[in-house]
Write a protein that binds this ligand. Structure first.
Ligand code: ADP
Ligand code: MP5
Length: 553
């Protein structure tokens, strides 16, 4: 036969056929968990499928060898198979240990009746330990089963039996035997090189009908943890074929997953013989094994985690003075001047969050917040600092009464009014006349650096304290938690205090908390930790920002 020998592509864009394939393993049980249905169920799950199992035989084995085999009545296997098929759509079947001719007969009859769309047959005859798992007189029955499979995955010894030849001593000989078996059965054959001597462990997907041989190369992994590799590979291929609908892609991905699992097998420290592969090693290292916290849990945890910072803010003389009206005007105006500088760059940072947002809702939310921060809040600062309100605007003696003064919390419903004051060069010059102090500089450097690093989730976490801490403080001030003076309409900062508890700002803050905690819940543990760190650092900058006016004056 002329074979069109190709290298397997590393990846292929193929349509997803079934998102979570329902895959049935018909195989024997290995109580030590490394081979048989135990390996199959782990493998199916590890590559994204829903695994089921109908047990053909019970073995008593461990990593050193097989001690006994018990084959339940074949009628009970038939009952298991029917119980599954009567209720569940089976997207793919993997067949492993069949034990004897009677079992093979039941499986063949069931396959003919149900006609599962994908059948991968691992013709298990002898365990890695050398023990027989198929009666010698059942080989003929097994040969009759082969044409019912789409893919057969024999190791070198099994391939020789199926081809009626001596064990291949070279890889080209093995491929020739696979071609013969494929030709005789119509099925694809995956010739496996696990038992070859030498530095390589190649496999080859052979399809006689189309004259193709696709080679999968790879260096042999130095490990003794090879118990159940054949079981694991065939289950993974069945699952991936149901998902991807492409044999080359399914074999390629299954092999990449198996090789990763082989590399980590020894670390499981299971048994003193041929240990199992570590089926979930890749998932554990990439996804973690802990359940992800819910957004609500993250909200509580992060908020509780800055309890010390919040308590310190509550105790600041600046906040106490604001609450009871004893705060002098000078530090208050100093604070507003710093806040104006802060808001100008905070708006830029929010705009960057908008640019980075992967979805339109996030994009709109941050853009709106950036707008609110500039127009809704800074506008009012401009009025204050340029003298339109407050001291110098009236007789200069009265209490500060600037109307709706901005804070560096942002409101999304700021006046649609133009940014007239901000846009006006004279106003702007007055608004931004101050030099940024150390606290403002440090806070902005943190936010701008986070924005520059370009990680959307971390940036979203970094901008959150400016919403959350302000709203919380505003609500508690308005509720009189810092003393009844804050509720007095004649309080010198009454209108400013009212701004803190603006319901629209509270609403935007809820949205921001929801958005950030959902991002954190979906993030990897490492990314979630980075988000939490950024959140905590911004909270500490909030405290320093509030402390600065009285530290300077
Ligand atoms: N040491 C190894 N390094 C890399 N791949 C291996 C190794 N041992 C087995 N494999 C791979 O594991 C799969 C199962 O192969 P094999 O051991 O030949 O079958 P079986 O487990 O049925 O005897 C094949 O993809 C083979 O290439
Ligand atoms: C129940 C059962 N089924 C199959 C195998 C083959 O294992 P391997 O993949 O190591 O050849 C086994 N040892 N036990």
């Amino acid at each position: 036969m002329s074979a069109d020998v190709r290298r397997a592509p590393h990846t292929r864009a193929v349509p997803r056929v079934r998102r979570v394939p329902r895959v049935l393993s018909i195989a024997g049980s290995d109580p030590s968990g490394g081979a048989g249905i135990q390996a199959d169920l782990k493998s199916i799950a590890a590559v994204g499928g829903y695994g089921m199992s109908a047990i053909t035989a019970l073995t008593a084995q461990n990593t050193r060898g097989v001690r006994g085999v018990h084959v339940p009545p074949s009628a009970f296997l038939a009952e298991q198979l029917d119980a599954v098929a009567d209720d569940i759509t089976v997207d793919a079947v993997k067949i492993g240990m069949l034990a004897n001719a009677e079992v093979i007969g039941v499986v063949a009859g069931w396959l003919r009746r149900i006609e599962p769309p994908i059948v991968v047959l691992d013709p298990v005859m002898v365990a890695t330990s050398g023990d027989r798992l198929l009666d010698a007189d059942a080989e003929a029955a097994l040969r009759d089963l082969l044409p019912l499979a789409d893919l057969i995955t024999p190791n070198l010894l099994e391939l020789a039996v199926l081809a009626g030849a001596e064990r291949a001593s070279t890889w080209p000989d093995a491929i020739a035997q696979a071609e013969a078996v494929s030709s005789a059965t119509g099925a694809r054959v995956l010739a496996k090189g696990g038992h070859l001597d030498g530095a390589d462990a190649p496999d080859a997907l052979v399809h006689a009908a189309s004259g193709t041989v696709v080679s999968f190369g790879g260096a042999r992994i130095a490990t003794t943890a090879t118990h159940g590799t054949g079981c694991s590979l065939s289950s993974a291929i069945a699952t991936l074929q149901a998902e991807l609908g492409d044999w080359e892609a399914a074999v390629g991905e299954a092999r990449r997953w198996l090789r990763e699992s082989l590399r980590h097998g020894a670390s499981l420290e299971v048994g003193g013989g041929h240990g199992p592969v570590s089926h979930f090693a890749g998932l554990w290292s990439r996804g973690g094994v802990r359940t992800a916290p819910t957004p609500d849990e993250i909200e509580s945890e992060w908020w509780a985690g800055i309890a010390d910072v919040r308590a310190a803010i509550d105790d600041l003389p600046f906040i106490r003075g604001l609450a009871d009206g004893t705060l002098a005007r000078e530090p208050f105006l100093g604070y507003l001047a710093q806040d104006a500088l802060y808001l100008r760059d905070y708006a830029r940072v929010l705009a960057e969050a908008s640019r980075l947002a992967p979805d339109a809702a996030g994009q709109a939310f941050w853009a709106n917040s950036a707008h609110g921060s500039l127009v809704g809040e800074l506008e009012l600062h401009a009025d204050w600092l340029a003298g339109a309100h407050g001291p110098g605007a009236g007789d200069g003696e009265g209490p500060i009464d600037g109307g709706r003064t901005g804070t560096h919390g942002t409101s999304v419903d700021g006046p649609a009014a133009s940014a007239a004051s901000v846009a006006d060069p004279l106003h702007a010059a007055a608004t931004f006349a101050a030099e940024p102090d150390a606290a403002t500089t440090a806070y902005l450097d943190h936010l701008l650096a986070t924005a520059a690093r370009g990680d959307y989730a971390v940036l979203a976490a970094a901008v959150l304290p400016c919403f959350w801490i302000y709203v919380d403080l505003g609500e508690r001030l308005a509720a009189g938690e810092f003393g009844a003076q804050a509720l007095d309409p004649g309080h010198p900062y009454a209108s400013w205090l009212a701004t803190y508890s603006d319901p629209a700002f509270a609403h935007a803050t809820r949205e921001a908390i929801g958005l950030v905690t959902r991002l954190a819940a979906d993030a990897t543990p490492e990314r979630r930790a980075a988000m939490h760190r950024a959140f905590r650092i911004s909270s500490e900058h909030e405290r320093a920002f509030f402390a600065a006016p009285l530290a300077l004056h």
